[in-house]
Design a protein around this ligand. Structure first.
Ligand code: UDX
Length: 459
């Protein structure tokens, strides 16, 4: 079959894989190829067990794979064939040199850019999908156009706003698609090519365009605002615990103001995921580079409150378990940074696990999808840890359970049975406020929610 366009995604991760699958699903007239330097990852995409867990993803991949969606190991040839190249490689926080711990590490993105330049034999539109510091596109254009004389490269910014766990829904029905381009004739032409692709399934009024720098910055700012909401409600959860108020009641009352809105106001053990912290630190770094110290400090506060929330959770466990955790068995329910994903990157569970181990507790970790990642995360750290699939088995003989991830499964468990199998007094720390606290208390547990009075038996 003759395809109308050849699209290439470089980077088969949480953004590249699902985005490519959705594009192939919605546009059977295009050939969509995904490549990655990690060959094993490509093999997994070609198997029945995809490398990431995302509701609805497997169904879409199954329908399109081999039809117009291909996962390939051949980067060179596919760069040659593609007219449009989407780049979704990782840009983690730099761990070395200038800006370590703050700035984005651009080595993978730059290597990809150099590959593209090396293998390209015809004009290309290169689309930034990953979150990048403002003005990265400009640097990339410089690399692209530094040789290959007559080949034209147009760089577009098209940040991906999908959230993990709801990626398919977000991709199918996005709030908006943002495309940033240069305002030159060729930049605007490239932009129209991308608009046309999205128009296959996204209403035109939701496809918005801007200059490249504003588009790049919008992605950082969207994540910073979202994280700020979580830190705001978490800061109030500390206040509620101190003052005897209920953070859910406060969130409900505040969220009903239509100017504020009711989403993203769930207090919890802290935000995680690959984006929030990395993007805010990047924003803070950029602000400092521009000499905007007050602005930098303001946004850094969002990350500081997140650290505070995680530490507060651990200290509350320590204090309420009679100031010693030595040899105590603690079951961590959930390890993923949020429900419906197997991703544990920056999960608050990692921090809590480390701290509990420092207090010499014994950990039993369970999670329906993220147990293998949890094992990998905890490998370096060591300590007394077991990984158990079945939650009922995991809680056996434990002194405490702490809910780290809001998997629906955990709110549906038989807590009478769990209570019976635990050591007494049995403690539950609900780091996501998903359990029926009164019911647990009536069963016999001591219950410690976030931002609400604890339900504790008289001593
Ligand atoms: C985020 C953005 O939502 C998405 O637009 C962007 O493309 C990538 O970063 P993601 O990291 O997948 O997506 O998850 P998100 O749903 O935003 O949650 C991030 C963290 O905040 C999770 O740890 C979650 O548990 C926490 N959170 C979220 C809360 O603690 N309370 C809330 O009310 C909402």
């Amino acid at each position: 079959m003759e395809f109308k366009k050849n699209l290439l995604f470089i980077g088969a991760g949480y953004v590249g894989g699902p985005s490519a699958a959705m594009m192939a699903y919605k546009c059977p007239q295009y050939r969509v190829v995904v490549v990655d330097i990690n060959q094993e990852r490509i093999a997994q995409w070609n198997s029945d067990k995809l490398p990431i867990y995302e509701p609805g993803l497997y169904e879409i991949v199954k329908e399109t794979r081999g039809r117009n969606l291909f996962f390939s190991k051949d980067i060179e040839d596919n760069i040659r064939c593609a007219e449009i190249i989407f780049v979704g490689v990782n840009t983690p926080t730099k761990t070395f040199g200038e800006g370590a711990g703050m700035a984005a590490d651009l080595q993978y993105w730059e290597k990809t850019a150099r590959h593209i330049r090396q293998y390209a034999q015809s004009d290309k539109i290169v689309v930034e999908k990953c979150t990048l510091p403002v003005k990265t596109a400009l640097a990339m254009e410089e690399i692209f156009n530094s040789s290959n004389g007559d080949i034209r490269f147009d760089v577009l910014s098209n940040p991906e706003f999908l959230a993990e766990g709801t990626a398919i829904k977000d991709l199918e029905n996005p709030d908006r698609v943002l495309i940033g381009s240069r305002q030159t004739a060729s930049g605007l032409r490239a932009r129209e090519v991308l608009v046309e692709i999205y128009e296959n399934w996204v209403p035109r009024e939701r496809i918005i365009t801007s200059d490249i720098w504003s588009s790049e910055l919008s992605k950082l700012v969207a994540n910073a605002f979202l994280a700020q909401r979580v830190s705001s409600i978490n800061s109030i959860s500390a206040f509620c615990e101190a003052a005897g108020a209920d953070v859910s009641e406060v969130a409900r009352a505040v969220g009903l103001d239509s100017r504020i809105g009711n989403k993203f106001l769930n207090a919890g053990v802290g935000f995680g995921g690959s984006c929030f912290q990395k993007d805010i630190l990047n924003l803070v770094y950029l602000c400092r580079c521009y000499g905007l110290y007050e602005v930098a400090d303001y946004w850094e506060g969002v990350v500081k409150i997140n650290e505070y929330q995680k530490e507060r959770f651990v200290l509350n466990m320590l204090r309420t378990m009679f100031n010693t955790l030595v040899g105590k068995k603690i079951c961590m329910m959930g390890f993923a940074f949020k429900a419906n994903t197997s991703d544990t990157r920056e999960s608050p569970a990692i921090y809590v696990a480390k701290r509990l181990l420092e207090e010499m507790a014994e950990l039993i970790i369970t999670d329906p999808e993220a147990l293998r990642s949890a094992e990998a995360d905890m490998k370096e750290i060591g300590g007394n840890i077991r990984f158990v699939d079945d939650p009922y088995e995991a809680v056996q003989g434990c002194h405490a359970v702490c809910v780290m991830t809001e998997w629906e499964l955990y709110s549906l468990l038989d807590y009478e049975r769990i209570y019976k199998s635990m050591d007494k007094p049995a403690m539950i720390y609900d780091g996501r406020n998903i359990l029926d606290h009164q019911k647990l208390f009536d069963i016999g547990f001591n219950v410690f929610p976030i931002g609400k009075p604890a339900l504790r038996r008289e001593r």
